[in-house]
Design a protein around this ligand. Sequence first.
Ligand SMILES: Nc1ncnc2c1ncn2[C@@H]1O[C@H](COP(=O)(O)OP(=O)(O)OP(=O)(O)O)[C@@H](O)[C@H]1O
Length: 290
Amino acid sequence: MAITFKEVTYTYSPDTPFEFEALKNISTKIEDNSVTAIIGHTGSGKSTLLQHLNALLKPTGGTVLIGDTAITSETSNKNLKPLRKKVGIVFQFPEKQLFAETVEKDIAFGPENFGNTTEEASQVAKRMAGLVGLPAEVLSRSPFELSGGQMRRVAIAGVLAMQPEVLVLDEPTAGLDPRGRREIMQLFTKLQNTQKFTIVLVTHQMEDVANYADHVIVMEAGKIVKEGSPRTVFADVEWLHEKQLDVPASTEFAFEMQKRGFHFTQFPLTESELADDIADLFKKRGQTHE
Ligand SMILES: Nc1ncnc2c1ncn2[C@@H]1O[C@H](COP(=O)(O)OP(=O)(O)OP(=O)(O)O)[C@@H](O)[C@H]1O
């Protein structure tokens, strides 16, 4: 499912002394079956934008088109439940929202709440646990006995159990070690390849953006200041430095090498691209590089 923003503004607490315009004239399209990464400094409006993806917040100006449902400031909250089911949001540190006495009950909560029988919900929970790579034996355990990475999988399985078409993730790998990070990101790639999901994530991990995103949106003070493929966004290393935004380590390294006279036709994004490019550079210079 695609989601389109047309001249969207969002103002917190309008007409009060706390009024704050957090989104300013946002127009963009999240394509169906794509992975979109939203980056930007703290306070730039990323979470506010995410909450428009399932009408948790409604724009104070402009329109958000979720699939073919138009959401404006006038949209009533009444008929939004089915729409919210289509767009699952995994908030930051979702493991903090786990509550049930067993992993299975936690994952099954959503489907049961939406009218499935306990048996049906339990079947869904088992399937989702498998999908996110949780071993069957953890289903009967307390979620609070699990590792950080496993708890996060339980929370993600709980959102997936609602069978959303769009999966929205606010910093899904925050606080995980490199292995946990890689496992969670690979899970999203697997989900996207097997289930045709549209994925939107906010992240401060530029390696994740380089490795997994199709489209990058850069936000600053409530506006989109740049967007495009990771390659086009990260190619402008000087601009990103100026904005004090991180650059993938491989791109940063190539940028530094370029200053020392090594020329790259395009900056490598990932470690394997960097290794290939360096091997090429050495070959061109008639040297071999191990
Ligand atoms: N409930 C609120 N009332 C008033 N202002 C708010 C409210 N929530 C957020 N804001 C302000 O809106 C701006 C955007 O906040 P938002 O949480 O969307 O930023 P963010 O880019 O997600 O930041 P972070 O990376 O820290 O999560 C910030 O300046 C914030 O202070």
